[in-house]
Write a new protein. Structure first.
Lengths: 307, 430
């Protein structure tokens, strides 16, 4: 019943620093415009129980750039809709000779269930509110394109921390490397308890305090679909927590602005901020492809090919 | 069947908390009753069967106020026969069967059906009938008729009575019948969608929480209603420091309030849930270490009256799914004694008679069964013999329950039931 975490990518906590750096080294060697065939003959299933554009496309292109075949299975156009259990779906996919399953699911921890029952790599592409490890890896990879190291870096994460698997995974990764992470948001979305996610976290309700002197400003989308009746005053949120150019100026001149997407212009950030020179939002998308190629090659490639 | 069957248990250390006995004593059972309790080797004459209990503890059979036997309607999870078979393997000789069956046990007919010999129960089965029709919280069931049919308490376990007027009515009606109202204290309006204890672990795991407040607010309210009505409130599976505090306060004020705790709530905490293992999912959920410590203090100072398992069997396909979709509950009958000994005897150093009172005389008193839970002359001959030092490994696959949903699979245990006797007959031997 125990899980072999080294075979899969389920979360950030089970990765060591050296694993993360190895993924980055591998990612630097990836070039999607020059496809490789290191995963030729491998079948990667994209099992998506929840809507996704960028993550799904990114994993699909990453797998194809390495020569693997991909198949998309979604909850609404399959036996899942007919009530098949997750384990039975997994068993069916493995009987179809799947070599790995990239999985997104609305239930936190769902990928662990497959990883407990099957011995192929399970890659968590986002589970409920819990984790989005490939996003945290590509975010850190992107930060390292602009800053020499994560240690000592001042990173501010603003918005809906509570409902964000991206925030959770980023918090784990950044603090693992000694970054100083400041969380910022209203009590409903950034409760005090968030400080317990890791050591070395700071929480402030004041966005100007949060941004002041930051090296990285990371924004999150307000996940309206997960609020579950939570009363959130949108106008007040915008007035207190929307990223504007004036607020962004409080960060270091060398600071970068990040967002995992999808961005909602006029909500968590203004048009000007989305398109400003400090914004690396599209670069994140590009790096996502490289990092996901590295993840797939590391978990699926021949042992000798691993960095 | 023999008419004059007798059984002599010799050489054991007899612990009968109700009688204040803790001494080497021999015990003669005849015709389903305790015939004689005497100093070693004082009992003369022959018996049909003699058990040598030297080095063992001999105690009244355990009484579990909180068991889900799943019949009628959910026999894929458990039957009365398999659930009580698991019970005797754990030393239990009486179990109280919760009413969340299909259909809900809200009638004398179902209450009688559960006790019928055709169910092949090997323990005493005492139904707890629904407190409201269909456990819908809209109108009270007929407590007098249910009691006549054998119900020992009423409860809407799992679907708590949230409406204060309904709960007040239940306490008044139950008082007239001399039975307790058992409340699963959870304000389900506060805990909607929760899968585990609200706290640091839930936040890290991205799971919605069931707050401690959702429990203790209901306990606080119910204690006030018990005070107002004089009815007997029994709080099921208390799990929070706030809940223990509320019951302690109510008892100090002299209210008619009792409560139970499960072995898993004084053994585990929410920090031990790893890799979304659904065998750790139950309701009330595993709480924080501070709650666990408060529960242990509540046991030590007598705030907590008894240990109940909340044995909640579920089939594999109901448990082995996504954590937030998995059924709440774990089995508990076969692991209760060693878990209790580990926490209360070995860790907390409580005296064994006090610990056994939590499993025998105290639950008997709560359901008004004065000839159970004790081994004085004339009492019901329900006996457990266990070796408090025996080390063994619990394997869920070897369970007598139909279900395997327990986090204690593979645990090293100390303390093992050797023989269980119901109505003077041996029903289990390991």
């Amino acid at each position: 019943m125990s899980i072999d975490h080294s075979r899969s990518l389920l979360d950030i906590e089970h990765l060591e620093k050296k694993d993360i750096l190895a993924i980055f080294r591998l990612a630097r060697r990836m070039n999607p415009s020059r496809p490789k065939n290191t995963l030729y003959g491998k079948k990667v299933i994209l099992l998506f129980y929840e809507a996704s554009t960028r993550t799904r496309v990114s994993f699909e292109l990453a797998a194809k750039s390495l020569g693997a075949a991909t198949t998309l299975v979604t909850a609404t156009a399959s036996s899942i809709e007919k009530g098949e259990s997750l384990i039975d779906t997994g068993g069916t996919l493995i009987a179809e000779a799947a070599d790995a399953i990239v999985m997104r699911h609305p239930s936190s921890g769902a990928p662990y269930l497959l990883a407990r029952h099957f011995d192929i790599p399970i890659i968590n592409a986002g589970d409920g509110l819990h984790a989005h490890p490939s996003q945290a890896l590509l975010d850190a990879y992107t930060i390292l394109k602009h800053h020499s190291e994560l240690h000592g870096l001042r990173v501010t994460i603003i918005g809906d921390i509570f409902h964000s698997r991206v925030a959770r995974s980023n918090i784990h990764l950044l603090t693992k490397f000694g970054a100083h992470v400041t969380l910022c948001g209203p009590p409903e979305l950034a409760p005090e308890a968030c400080l317990g996610l890791s050591t070395g976290l700071r929480l402030t309700r004041d966005i100007e305090d949060a941004v002041h002197g930051a090296d990285v400003v990371m924004l999150l989308r307000v996940q309206k679909e997960r609020l579950q009746g939570m009363a959130l005053d949108i106008e007040e949120y915008i007035s207190n927590y929307q990223m504007t150019m004036d607020r962004l100026k409080l960060a270091k001149r060398t600071a970068i602005l990040m967002h995992p997407g999808p961005i909602i212009r006029g909500m968590e950030l203004t048009d000007e901020v989305a398109d400003c020179p400090q914004s690396v939002i599209l670069e994140q998308v590009h790096n996502g492809l490289l990092v996901r190629m590295a993840i797939l090659e590391r978990l699926l490639g021949a042992k000798g090919a691993q960095a | 069947m023999r008419t004059r069957y007798s059984l002599l248990i010799r050489g054991g250390r007899l612990i009968d908390p109700a009688a204040g006995v803790d001494a080497p004593m021999d015990l003669l059972l005849r015709d389903g009753r305790v015939a004689q309790v005497a100093e070693p080797d004082e009992i003369r004459g022959s018996a049909d069967e003699i058990i040598n209990a030297s080095g063992m503890i001999v105690a009244p059979g355990f009484i579990d106020l909180h068991v889900h036997l799943r019949q009628p309607g959910q026999s894929h999870k458990e039957t009365i026969a398999t659930g009580t078979a698991a019970a005797v393997a754990g030393g239990f000789t009486s179990v109280c069967a919760m009413p969340n069956t299909v259909p809900v046990n809200d009638t004398p007919d179902i209450t009688s059906w559960m006790q019928h010999p055709e169910r092949k129960s090997v323990t005493n089965v005492f139904p707890v009938a629904a407190a409201t029709v269909g456990s819908r919280g809209e109108s009270l069931t007929d407590y007098a008729a249910l009691k006549r049919a054998g119900a020992v308490a009423v409860s809407d376990d799992g679907r708590p009575v949230l409406d204060s007027n309904m709960m007040r009515g239940a306490l008044i009606a139950a008082k007239m019948e001399g039975i307790p109202v058992i409340q699963h204290a959870e304000d389900t309006r506060l805990s909607l969608g929760g899968a585990m204890n609200a706290g640091a672990s839930a936040l890290r795991m991205g799971l919605r929480g069931i707050s401690a407040e959702s429990e203790y607010r209901i306990i606080e309210r119910d204690c006030e209603l018990a005070a107002e009505t004089g009815g007997h409130l029994h709080v099921a599976h208390i799990s929070t420091a706030g809940g223990v505090r509320a019951v302690r306060k109510a008892k100090a004020a002299g209210y008619n309030v009792t409560c139970e705790v499960t072995p898993h709530h004084f053994t585990l905490t929410d920090a031990e849930i790893k890799d979304y293992d659904t065998r750790y999912k139950m309701n009330p959920p595993l709480r924080s270490e501070a709650d666990r410590v408060a529960i242990l203090a509540g046991i030590a100072d007598g705030t907590i009256d008894c240990i109940a398992t909340d044995h909640a069997p579920h089939a594999y396909h109901e448990k082995e799914v996504e954590f937030d979709r998995s059924a709440f509950g774990i089995t508990g009958l076969e692991t209760a004694l060693p878990l209790t000994l580990a926490a209360l005897l070995h860790d907390q150093k409580l005296p064994l008679p006090k610990i056994l009172a939590l499993l025998t005389s105290n639950p008997a008193r709560i359901i008004g069964k004065n000839n159970l839970g004790t081994l004085v002359n004339g009492a019901h001959a329900d006996v457990v013999i266990f070796d408090p030092k025996k080390r063994w490994t619990f394997g869920a696959n070897g369970s007598r329950s139909k279900s395997r949903n327990t986090p204690f699979d593979g645990w090293q245990m100390t303390g093992k039931v050797l023989t269980t006797i119901v109505s003077g007959k041996i029903v289990f031997q390991s």
